[in-house]
Write a protein that binds this ligand. Structure first.
Ligand code: ADP
Ligand code: ZN
Length: 436
């Protein structure tokens, strides 16, 4: 395979030069951070009075971690490092786990962010000849405008379709010959189910690629989307605290996400001790933003679980690759004392052909015990008169799940297309246990 680079020099830079570049950018990020009320106090307590105190990348470890809680405390301007009239845009996180946080950009910040998104898109093999339908929420959420401007930068025809309304999406795809889409993996699965339902013929659609991200999904889900839609799916990772999309992205080798290390420093730490984990092991991803002046954020605890691959990528890029993010540290459910990540359930059910594209995990209290119910859809238009095959399927899902999660779940089978679909990030877990 031949690989194409948006910025070959930077993407294939040798590690020593890449690290020298990171150090220069880190010092500039610290200089900006020292202009914010929040970091002025935090960093001076840690003995960092100026960027001169950062002498090597090892000094990163002297900088205290920043949490989502800190960002909330600093709302609205505690993290702003430039005069307000220099700010040209703001974005906010989707607030999946509480109050949203706000990030400000000046013009060079937007330019750099757009560059990282363009680089990511280009790494998947797209060119200016592609037609790109951005099927994700526009607005405060960074996935809309972030991909929009990145796509324009590559020179593609960008269709700002936004999410939802599958019939309109199909029409746009057919009218303008869409070749690439961006969506959440759950929406892509929904689109496929709808295509079948509406009888949209695959031959009428030119789609070859999709960027899927904004929520965790398993390798089996990727394969399922690829097989059903007959396209290549590339994993896209980002978060608003680090601008949004374009933080880490899969190249055409489709084996881990290159973290753009000239824009971000990544560390993997043990979420309990906050010590670095041995190279290659899984832990919490901590990111430092090297490419934004208006809202510097240093050593941000993403709560996302990942780890670095240690072997080099066949594409020749030197930027290290992150493993697929399996979930967040705060996603973990404890069910009758057993730890469970929703991704463990997804892995099992998406590997079973007979199970449909959507599922929901419900946890309730039954007396003193926790009760786990997994609601899934069946793949085929089922509910025929003979319910025996359904019973057998249910039993098989239950047994397969139990063997892998060590909890005996209750299984509910639903008709295809009957479980609720979200237009943005999917809600996969309903924890209905009383709090406290
Ligand atoms: P919120 O924290 O409110 O969801 P964002 O909209 O900024 O805010 O979403 C960023 C988060 O989305 C990431 O921290 C991560 O948990 C999740 N995410 C984004 N892309 C992916 C991906 N490719 N795989 C897994 N999780 C992802
Ligand atoms: Zn690669």
């Amino acid at each position: 395979m031949t690989y194409q680079y948006w910025n070959q020099e930077m993407e294939t830079l040798n590690r020593a030069d890449l690290e020298a570049f990171q150090l220069k950018q880190l010092r500039s990020a610290v200089a900006h951070a020292l202009r914010t009320p929040f970091y002025r106090e935090r960093l001076s307590k840690a003995g960092i009075q100026s960027e001169e105190d950062i002498k090597s990348l090892a000094d990163l470890a002297r900088i205290p971690f920043t949490t989502k809680g800190d960002l909330r405390l600093g709302f609205p301007y505690g993290f702003l490092s430039i005069p307000k009239d220099e700010v040209i845009r703001l974005h906010a996180s989707s607030g999946t786990t509480g109050t949203p946080t706000t990030i400000y950009f000046n013009r060079p910040d937007i330019r750099r962010w757009t560059g990282f998104v363009a680089r990511s898109i280009y790494a998947t093999g797209c060119t200016k000849a592609d037609v790109f339908q951005n099927m994700i929420t526009y607005g405060l959420f960074t996935g809309g405008l972030g991909f929009h401007f990145g796509g324009e930068e590559v020179g593609m025809l960008v269709i700002p379709s936004g999410s939802g309304n599958t019939n309109r999406q199909f029409k746009l795809m057919q009218d303008f010959g869409t070749t690439v889409v961006h969506a959440t993996p759950s929406f892509l699965l929904h689109v496929e189910a709808k295509m079948q339902e509406e009888g949209v013929r695959r031959e009428r659609i030119k789609l070859t690629r999709a960027f899927a991200g904004a929520e965790p999904y398993s390798e089996d889900t990727r394969k399922r989307i690829e097989e059903l839609l007959r396209i290549d799916v590339y994993n896209s990772y980002g978060l608003s605290e680090m601008n949004g999309p374009g933080v880490a992205f899969e190249c055409q080798a489709k084996n881990g996400l290159h973290l753009w290390e000239d824009g971000y420093i990544g560390e993997i730490v043990n979420p309990d001790t906050l010590e670095p984990v041995p190279e290659g092991e899984t832990g919490e991803l901590v990111l430092t933003c090297l490419c934004r002046e208006a809202t510097p954020i240093l050593r941000y605890r993403t709560r996302d679980l990942s780890g670095f691959y240690t072997e080099p990528c066949p594409c020749g890029r030197t930027h290290r690759r992150l493993r697929r993010i399996t979930g967040r540290t705060d996603d973990m459910l404890i069910i009758n004392g057993v730890n469970l990540f929703p991704s463990q359930i997804e892995e099992v059910i998406m590997s079973m052909q007979e199970v449909g594209n959507n599922y929901l995990i419900v946890v309730e209290k039954e007396g003193v015990l926790d009760r786990l119910t997994v609601k899934t859809e069946v793949a085929q238009d089922s509910f025929r008169d003979d319910t025996r095959p359904l019973h057998a399927l249910k039993e098989r899902i239950r047994k397969t799940l139990q063997a892998s999660i060590f909890i005996n779940p209750r299984i509910e089978l639903h008709e295809r297309g009957s479980l609720p679909v979200s237009e943005g990030k999917a809600t996969r877990v309903l924890d209905q246990r009383p709090r406290g």
